[in-house]
Design a protein around this ligand. Structure first.
Ligand code: UDP
Ligand code: MG
Length: 313
């Protein structure tokens, strides 16, 4: 098997069939064997039914359908797909046809012709988003690149094709909180970035909004760096030294110039400021503790409830 197409699907009932036909059409001219690994991520609509129908009606294609017991998120779906892919190359592609299968073929060709690359990743050259969204996302990439040792490429998507060696490396990272953009760059290997144009969604709605993106960004920062913890230490140290200097000033003013300590207002302001800072730092600690808590429980990243496969399972 040369190529596996890993397709995470969440509420994509109207897209999967179209995705299948478009992909088969795009790959018609190529002479290698490939398989589809569809992952139904606990969709609330009839995606699983639509996938089962595809599986039943196209025995000529190599189709695997993995059905989760509930929604575990795209990260988990990708992980399940990679775990069950057999191909020498594995391509992760969305089901909504925003990412064209023709580009996947282009990725395969690049890997074929360039021994030195282990991964080809698509990035959006032009983002079709609001100005605010673009500014926010750029700020996030700037920040995360500054505070982590791994490189995050702005606009890079999960639309990627990996060589087997890189897939194995990714599968070896079994952490529960998966931030794949970080994982993909953490494992290293040589990645070639190619620009692609994001298409309009075929049908259905995107699952992202500003709040979800914000949480995703925080998740990424906490999963990939301990910089926020260092921030707490830094601020604490600064405040400590500032307080020593301030105490000295007060003592000198009292004994040398005889000025009494005044200021109810300033005390209240300081208490509020440091109270707030302390809570913030405890909160940061709590975020890490929560991650450790979930990780030590060692729960599976996903649970499969249904599986159909062209291969004997
Ligand atoms: N997806 C998933 N689980 C989720 C959310 C999304 O498997 O909980 C899939 C979805 O079906 C699609 C891909 O991930 O194939 C990208 O999702 P979406 O189109 O909502 O994101 P966008 O393209 O807007 O970034
Ligand atoms: Mg999409």
């Amino acid at each position: 098997m040369k190529l596996s197409l890993v397709v995470p699907c969440y509420n994509e009932q109207d897209n999967v069939e179209k995705f299948y036909t478009e992909t088969v059409k795009a790959f018609a001219g190529s002479d290698f064997s490939y398989e589809f690994v569809f992952v139904n991520d606990g969709s609330k609509d009839n995606t699983l039914k639509a996938l089962k129908k595809l599986y039943d009606e196209h025995k000529e294609s190599n189709i695997k359908v993995i059905g989760f017991s509930r929604n575990f998120g795209k990260e988990a779906a990708m992980y399940a797909g990679l775990s069950n892919a057999k191909g020498d190359y594995v391509c992760v592609i969305d089901a909504d046809l925003q990412q064209r299968p023709e580009v996947a073929l282009q990725m395969v060709n690049i890997l074929d012709e360039n021994e030195e690359y282990d991964c080809v990743a698509a990035y959006q050259e032009e983002r079709k988003e609001s100005k605010m969204m673009i500014t926010l996302k750029n700020a996030f990439y700037k920040l995360i690149n500054k505070i982590t040792e791994v490189d995050f490429v702005s606009g890079a998507s999960d639309f990627r094709t990996f060589r087997r060696s890189m897939v194995e490396a990714i599968l070896n990272m079994t952490e529960y909180h998966r931030f794949s953009k970080g994982i993909f760059s953490w494992v290293g290997f040589n990645t070639k970035f190619i620009p692609y144009e994001v298409q309009e969604r075929e049908s259905g709605v995107s699952n992202w909004n500003v709040w979800k993106l914000f949480k995703y960004a925080l998740e990424g920062i906490i999963s990939f760096t301990t910089a926020p913890l260092k921030f707490a230490t830094g601020v604490g140290t600064l405040a400590f030294f500032a307080s020593i200097i301030y105490t000295l000033i007060i003592v000198i003013r009292h004994f040398v110039w005889g000025v009494d300590v005044a200021g109810y207002d300033s005390i209240v302001a300081l208490i509020l400021m440091f109270g707030g800072l302390q809570l913030l730092c405890v909160g940061i600690l709590g975020e890490y503790l929560a991650k450790v808590y979930v990780q030590v429980k060692n729960r599976p990243v996903y649970i499969i409830s249904k599986m159909y496969s062209y291969e004997e399972i």
